[in-house]
Design a binder for this molecule. Structure first.
Ligand SMILES: Nc1ncnc2c1ncn2[C@@H]1O[C@H](COP(=O)(O)OP(=O)(O)O)[C@@H](O)[C@H]1O
Ligand SMILES: [Mg+2]
Length: 400
């Protein structure tokens, strides 16, 4: 039975899991390891709490938030039968717990008894797993706050319920399936059913892969063109799959909405003042994950720079590598290599299709096949020559 471990009052935000679940050195979620150091947040104009969405989108574009939108409800972290808090996952900075949220008791006093009581909501609580993650989660909450104010965000980004500043904890919709897990599952099934009929197709099947690609590219295009956010660390572990509602699932090729998650390396690319821009960290201060990171971010000068930031073109590259991994079923991309070898290969990342083709699952990316046609323009070495998300979306939609 879940223990009630935390109640929020107007001036108090506590997230107490009643045991020390946060390990000082978190397990790295990425297969090849992330290059990382802490980052600082961005800030400027002040805005209002999460339920106050009266800001029009045009003015929003030119504003930045001073503080994240706060979580106002009460939270109950779920525990397993041995009393340990239930974890959805871990990343570079955080542990993500399973919890349920409920509107605060104050509001139920104000609500007439005849009105329907809103039920508990299943949520995920992203908590820092190390001290230097506090500023990272502060900044992530700010990015998520901005995104959540744009209509349509729930179709592309994991829905954000607010921030608990005292705990540096982010409350999100619970979406327990990551694209990484989905790819692993599809790869395992494909291995069992290996046949000459399917060995030239992506592991989830061509129709599913194409539907996934289309939805993800549409989401990236929205992210760059609507809230004007660069994600900065796109990879299968940072994409979550929300099942479609029952009635939709029968005949569809890919019965999920893929959602961008983990905005810990994100930054804003339009609107805010130059001073806010200056507060945004360079690549030296964010997490980057080879082989998904674009090669221009993996040079020694870029890795140590406080000014170089992931660009929209870098996101395009990372999404293309993600789609390649979804086709081959291989999250490592370069299996059997050491971290250093992988970094060296990732620095040659524009050759990633060639590398994958020489691996065990190369047959799944046939020369000039649909997968290559879709991802190749996004893997161009020179970021200025790389396809932009809008053209990329047109391309994927135009290919039958
Ligand atoms: N909203 C969510 N619902 C369920 N699981 C989640 C959610 N957000 C993250 N997770 C899980 O927790 C892991 C770590 O979260 P992430 O945001 O990537 O943290 P980090 O910034 O530390 O990498 C993810 O890879 C995923 O497995
Ligand atoms: Mg992550």
């Amino acid at each position: 039975m879940p223990l009630r471990v935390s109640v929020r009052t107007a001036n108090e935000h506590r997230l107490d899991t009643r045991s020390p679940p946060i390990t000082p050195t978190p397990k790295d979620e990425s297969p090849s390891g992330s290059v990382l150091t802490p980052r600082s947040g961005f800030s400027s104009v002040s805005l209002s709490p999460i339920d106050d969405k009266r800001i029009d989108q045009v003015s929003l574009l030119h504003q930045d938030l001073a503080a994240p939108l706060e979580f106002r409800d009460s939270l109950e972290v779920q525990h397993d039968s041995r009393g340990k808090p239930f974890e959805y996952g871990r990343g570079v900075w955080s542990v993500v717990y399973k919890a349920s949220s409920r509107p605060p008791s104050e509001s139920s006093l104000l609500t007439p008894p005849s009105s329907p009581a809103p039920g508990n909501h299943k949520v995920a609580v992203k908590s820092p797993s190390r001290r230097d993650a506090h500023v990272v989660l502060d900044a992530e909450a700010l990015a998520l706050s901005r995104i959540s104010l744009f209509s349509g965000s729930d179709n592309y980004v994991v829905p954000f319920h607010g921030y608990i500043p005292g705990d540096h904890a982010i409350v999100l919709d619970a979406v327990p399936l990551s694209l990484a897990t989905y790819i692993e599952e599809k790869a395992a099934i494909a291995k069992q059913n290996m046949s000459t009929r399917t060995m030239f197709d992506p592991v989830p099947g061509m129709a599913s892969w194409k539907a996934l690609a289309t939805k993800l590219i549409r989401g990236l295009s929205w992210l760059h063109n609507t809230p004007h956010i660069v994600h900065g660390d796109i990879k299968p572990h940072n994409l979550l799959l929300r099942p479609l509602e029952d009635e939709d699932t029968g005949s569809v090729d890919f019965p999920f909405t893929p959602l961008f998650a983990d905005f810990s390396s994100a930054h804003i690319i339009a609107g805010p003042s130059l001073s806010a821009e200056k507060n945004q960290p360079g690549t030296a201060l964010t997490a980057l994950t080879p082989p998904f990171a674009a090669p221009e971010l993996l040079t020694v000068s870029s890795l140590t720079s406080l000014d170089v930031r992931p660009t929209p073109a870098a996101d395009v590259f990372s999404l293309a590598v993600t789609l390649l991994a979804a086709a081959t079923g291989d999250l490592l991309l370069y299996p059997g290599t050491s971290n250093m070898q992988r970094l060296a290969m990732a620095r040659e990342g524009h050759r990633v299709i060639e590398f994958a083709r020489s691996g065990a699952h190369g047959s799944r990316v046939p020369r000039n096949g649909l997968v290559e046609q879709i991802i190749k323009p996004a893997l161009v070495k020179d970021p200025a020559e790389r396809i932009n998300p809008t053209d990329w979306l047109n391309l994927v939609e135009s290919l039958a």
